[in-house]
Design a protein around this ligand. Structure first.
Ligand code: F0G
Length: 451
């Protein structure tokens, strides 16, 4: 019988000290950072939940593989290992390494899209949207409506609205839709998974119209685990088998290996199309590198080759998803409003419901993120009106959990700090912008507390 306690399925061999700060120091540091947590030195953060991207801990097997890295410019042995590892899971004919996910996106959309085209997705991540728009195409989010309601508890809130996809194709015409994308799991919508049934239905609509389906596969292993746990018929399949089945429904993918590649850098682009692969490799050579390294070192390719397999291990995924849910369940049990159910890589606090007295134009998410830092040195990220302006659908604070980095007592500490801030929520003030850049303003904005 499985035990109630799910412990970290690893021992710790190398540790990184955390430097303590006092509340008084943090007040000074936050002021100096203009109340924007991106502008803080990482050394002044106690628990860093800014992102799960590239912040994970590598295993002994990955570090050992790094020493095997073949740094040849062309035809590196490390590329063969990388390609074999990717193909054993994703199954696509062409595997093109890139330095991270957005480089794969840039090449894909540059080759496949032209001005006036339309790219549907369940929800575009911000770099995905920006890369679609930078080639003059339109990025359309077709998330099922329940995915926009934080409190609704459903197993697959990342699903695409298949009827809306059909309607969109009928309205704009198949010729203007060069590809459809599915993001697994749906990061901008709370780390919620996509079901196999939904992927199958989207694939059927795409292929009926001759439109290729691509996956934004960043968190594919977490998605596969949710399918195993929640979707009828998958309980006896391994996460690897589920991932293979899902990718077989598509024609290619983009991937950031900084997430479920368990690496600190890297990514790739896959396709089954020979002609596209040739054009993509030509572009790759222009800015990323030769097609057997694509802007990565041979050792990075080795780390990813091993990491992809580790991300699919049952024990790892059980711990990973349980530890994210542990944080979400412990704060929501005390009334803290979060996107339900807990996502794979992160917990998203509903800042609008947390701070109902702070109007949206006073950035409740930024105000809450600042308080979490002041109270306990926790760094999170606002996903709301500062990040998306008037296009923001929700006011969220994301607490992203780096892979294999923090233990349960770190998470207990985070719970304690959030609950302390929750107790005095009615005294938290909104924020005012004092400087903003013309685009992607959240990275560099300056703010100050109201009043
Ligand atoms: N797609 C999704 C769904 C992502 O979450 C990200 C990155 C990317 C693409 C781009 O990958 O960073 O390797 O270029 N998300 C990070 C985050 C940055 O914090 O959620 P990249």
């Amino acid at each position: 019988m499985p035990t109630k306690t799910v412990f970290e399925p690893f021992r710790i061999k190398s540790v990184e000290p955390i430097r303590w700060t006092t509340r008084a120091q943090r007040e000074e540091l936050l002021r100096a950072a203009h109340y924007n947590l991106f502008l803080l030195p990482a050394d002044d953060v106690l628990i860093d939940l800014l992102t799960d991207s590239g912040t994970g801990a590598m295993s002994t097997h990955q570090w050992a593989a790094i020493m095997e890295g073949d740094e040849s410019y062309a035809g590196s042995r490390s590329f063969d290992r990388f390609r074999n590892s990717v193909q054993s899971i994703f199954g696509y004919k062409h595997v093109i390494p890139t330095h991270q996910g957005r480089a794969a996106e840039r090449i894909l959309f540059k080759v496949m899209c032209k001005p006036g085209d339309v790219v549907p997705n369940n929800t575009h991540f911000d770099t995905t949207r920006a890369n679609v728009e930078s080639v003059g195409a339109e990025a359309v989010d077709l998330l099922k409506p329940e995915g926009r309601h934080p409190e609704t508890r459903l197993p697959f809130k990342g699903n695409m609205d298949v009827d809306a996809l059909d309607t969109l194709i009928a309205r704009v015409g198949r010729e203007r839709i060069p590809l459809v994308m599915l993001t697994v799991t749906n990061n901008s919508g709370g780390g919620q998974p996509v079901s196999m049934e939904n992927a199958r239905a989207v694939s059927a609509v795409c292929h009926k119209h001759g439109i290729p389906l691509y996956f934004d596969a960043c968190r594919f292993a977490e998605n596969a685990y949710f399918v195993q746990q929640r979707e009828p018929g998958y309980a006896d399949k391994t996460p690897r088998q589920i991932a293979q089945e899902m990718f077989a429904l598509g024609d290619g993918c983009t991937m950031s290996a900084k997430k479920d590649g368990m690496a600190n850098i890297g990514g790739f682009l896959c396709t089954n199309d020979d002609l596209l692969a040739r054009q993509e490799k030509d572009l790759l050579i222009l800015t990323e590198g030769y097609p057997t390294y694509g802007g990565l070192a041979g050792r990075d390719l080795e780390a990813i080759a091993v990491g992809l397999g580790e991300a699919l291990e049952q024990d790892y995924l059980r711990y990973r998803i349980a530890s994210t849910a542990y944080l979400g369940d412990h704060i929501s049990a005390k009334g803290v409003p979060i996107v339900q159910p807990p996502g794979g890589h992160a917990i998203y606090i509903d800042a609008k419901a947390f701070l109902p007295h702070v109007p949206v134009d006073e950035f409740p998410g930024v105000a809450l993120a600042a308080e979490l830092y002041l109270e306990g040195g926790i760094r999170s990220v606002e996903i709301g009106s500062l990040m998306f302006g008037s296009a923001a659908q929700m006011e969220l604070v994301r607490l992203a959990i780096p892979r294999r980095v923090y233990t349960q007592s770190h998470i207990d500490y985070v719970v304690e700090i959030i609950l302390r801030v929750w107790e005095r929520r009615d005294r938290i003030k909104g924020m005012r912008l004092t400087y903003e850049a013309p685009f992607l303003r959240h990275f560099t904005a300056h703010l100050e507390p109201m009043g």
